[in-house]
Design a protein around this ligand. Sequence first.
Ligand SMILES: [Zn+2]
Length: 254
Amino acid sequence: MKSKTEAIIISSMNLGEADKLVTFFSLDRGMMKGVAKNARKSFRRFGAGLESFTISCLHLHEREHQELARIESTDIIKQHSSIGCDLERTAVGAVMLELVREMAPLGERNAPAFLLLSHVLHLLDEGEDPRYLLRIFEIKFLSLLGYQPKLDHCLSCGIQPKGDVVFLGMKGGMLCPECMVSSGGPQIRLSQGSVGFYYQALRMDMDKICRLKPSATIMQELDQAFSAHTSNILGKRLKSTEFLKSICTLSGQI
Ligand SMILES: [Zn+2]
């Protein structure tokens, strides 16, 4: 069966002598994998259409009971070529794509998640603050996949606290100051500013959020909370976050 789909290329790996194994997030069918035969030799058919961050129309050929589609050719819709020209933007983009690859289930359509990724990659390409975009993307993407942490009431007593709270990555929620019991280990604290910003980010559309200027403390608190939350869901840390951290350390941002 032949079909075509609009897709964001997540990754593209060499397969054997001449082929490529491509992972892509498509608008109408969610996460998919396919093989592009002779892609390493045939630039005419594929060009840059199989590179990470590119949005392409993929022409597919699928057979029943075969997990991998065959990618016959591509038409580039949007290339996002500025992302690869800057190390921090590349690193942030890599974290976003890894998050999608690890979290989005294969073959499950999620058009709002596709449109969010497409919009965020466009803004990253245009030069918006990369790490700010990553925070917003994490918040909105996890919510669209059903992993939205609940930060409006204490998991233990149910009240809406006024002061700082402790984020519980294991439960995707928080405890109020009254219910916190120190375990001796490090705690992830969230100020009311961070909780307020989190709910604003969930509600607002991307263009409006980009006009907000939250403090560095809010960004750092949400970074810690969402790293813990994602690690708990996946049972591991995202590999690309280490790359991003080393770049931020080099540029003195941490
Ligand atoms: Zn409580």
